[in-house]
Design a protein around this ligand. Structure first.
Ligand code: ATP
Ligand code: MG
Length: 358
C-alpha cells in the first residue's frame, strides 16, 4: 500500500457541503479502483460554519492547516451573505489563492454526450491569470485596487507585470502543446494599451519557445461573440483575471450548464480544486445540486498530483473519474440544472458505479 496523500476538504457555503461530499466519494472510489495511494482527508472550515465556530469566515487555523496538506478541494463561499463585520473585500476563495500564490486558474469547457448544449462541439480550456489584473484585491502596489477620492468618484487600478504574464503564458503554451496546438491570447489592448498591451506582447514573446503552437490574439469582446457563434474554433485561451472569470462562465453555460464547469487553481507547488459555480443558495440543502463540476475539478487535482509525484496510479484515478462522469451523463442521468430528475446523491452513486468499470 502506498503512503497516504493528505487532502484538505473545505465544505464552504450553500450547496458546498453536498458537492464536496460528492467529490470526496468519487475520489475515494477512483483511488481504490486504480490502486493509488489512499487519501487521508483533512476537513477544514470556511464560511458560515467558520464564522459560527471561530468568528471568522477564513480562520487562520484553516490557512495554517493548508500548509500541511498535499492539495485540497474547496467548496463555494457566499461572501455576500456574511454578517457585515465578516464580509471582507477579499472573499475567502480569493484570499486562499493569494496566500498560496495560485497564479493559474485552468478552466476547461467541453461538450458531453447526453447533455444538450448551445455549443455542441465545444472543447476548450481557458487559462486565466489569477494573481493580478483588474481585481481590487490583487493589487500588490496600491494595497487595494479600488479607491474613492471623493464621495462621488471611484477609481480602480489594474496591475499587469511581465513576470506574471510570463508564467501564465508558459502554463498556457505547455497545455496547448499537449492538445490541438492552438493558443488564443485574449486581451483588450485597443482601450487598455499599456496593461493589456503588455499582457499580449509578453505572451507573444513566450510563443518563441513553443514553435509547434499556432498563436493568435483577439479582443475579449470579439472572443465573447465568437464563442457563441463557433466555440469549437478554440483550443486554449490565455487571458487576464477578470476577462477569464467572465469568459469561463460563458463557456461553462455553452457546454450545457455551469454545473459541469470544472476548474483547478495552481502554482508549481500548490493546487486547489474549485468548481466555477458559486454557492447557489436557492437550491442548497435540497440534494439537487449538480456535483459534476466539483467531481471533474477533483479529477484535475488528481492529475496535477499524479504529474507532481510521477504516479501513474493517480493519473489513472483522474481518468476514471472523468470517464465515469462522462458515461453517467451519456446514460441520460442528469440533475435538474440539466433538465433531469437525478438528485446529487443519485448522480454520485451512478458515477461511483462507473468508476469501477474499466
Ligand atoms: P459567485 O459569485 O459565487 O460565482 P454566482 O452569483 O455566480 O456566484 P452561482 O452560485 O454560481 O451564482 O449560481 C448561478 C446560477 O446557477 C444559480 O441559478 C444556481 O442555482 C445555478 N447553479 C450554480 N451551480 C450549480 C450546480 N452545481 N448545480 C445546479 N445549479 C447550479
Ligand atoms: Mg459566478
Amino acid at each position: 500500500m502506498n503512503a497516504a496523500l493528505r487532502l484538505g476538504l473545505i465544505d464552504g457555503d450553500g450547496i458546498g457541503p453536498e458537492v464536496v461530499r460528492a467529490a470526496r466519494q468519487v475520489v475515494d472510489e477512483a483511488l481504490s479502483a486504480a490502486d493509488a495511494p489512499r487519501v487521508e482527508w483533512v476537513p477544514l472550515l470556511m464560511g458560515h460554519r467558520a464564522i459560527e465556530k471561530y468568528g471568522d469566515p477564513l480562520p487562520e487555523r484553516t490557512l495554517t492547516a493548508l500548509e500541511n496538506v498535499d492539495a485540497w478541494i474547496l467548496g463555494p463561499h457566499d461572501n455576500a451573505s456574511y454578517p457585515a463585520e465578516h464580509r471582507h473585500a477579499v472573499a475567502p476563495g480569493g484570499a486562499i489563492r493569494k496566500r498560496f500564490g495560485l497564479y493559474a486558474n485552468i478552466r476547461p469547457a467541453r461538450a458531453f454526450a447526453g447533455v444538450r448544449a448551445a455549443a455542441r462541439r465545444i472543447d476548450l480550456v481557458i487559462v486565466r491569470e489569477n494573481s493580478e489584473g483588474f481585481y481590487a484585491d490583487r493589487n500588490m502596489f496600491a494595497g487595494s485596487g479600488e479607491f474613492r477620492p471623493t464621495e462621488d468618484v471611484a477609481m480602480m487600478v489594474g496591475v499587469v507585470t511581465r513576470q506574471a504574464c510570463e508564467r501564465i503564458a508558459h502554463e498556457a503554451f505547455r497545455l496547448a502543446a499537449s492538445r490541438r496546438k492552438r493558443l488564443t491570447i485574449v486581451h483588450k489592448a485597443n482601450v487598455l494599451p499599456m496593461t493589456m498591451g503588455l499582457f499580449r506582447d509578453v505572451c507573444y514573446d513566450i510563443a518563441h519557445a513553443y514553435p509547434g503552437v499556432e498563436v493568435t490574439d483577439e479582443h475579449v469582446d470579439a472572443t465573447a461573440a465568437h464563442l457563441v457563434r463557433a466555440a469549437e474554433d478554440y483550443d486554449v485561451l490565455v487571458t487576464e483575471n477578470l476577462f477569464g472569470d467572465i469568459l469561463s462562465d460563458l463557456a461553462g453555460e455553452l457546454s450545457g450548464s455551469l454545473g459541469l464547469a470544472a476548474s483547478l487553481n495552481c502554482s508549481a507547488t500548490h493546487a486547489m480544486a474549485q468548481a466555477v459555480h458559486g454557492a447557489a443558495p436557492t437550491i442548497a440543502g435540497h440534494n439537487r445540486a449538480n456535483p459534476a463540476a466539483l467531481q471533474l475539478s477533483s479529477a484535475m487535482l488528481l492529475r496535477w498530483l499524479g504529474t507532481r509525484d510521477s504516479s501513474d496510479a493517480l493519473l489513472h484515478a483522474a481518468e476514471r473519474v472523468e470517464r465515469a462522469v462522462a458515461a453517467t451523463l451519456a446514460a441520460g442521468i442528469a440533475t435538474s440544472d440539466l433538465g433531469g430528475q437525478a438528485s446529487t446523491s443519485e448522480f454520485t452513486e451512478q458515477v461511483c458505479a462507473r468508476v469501477l468499470r474499466r
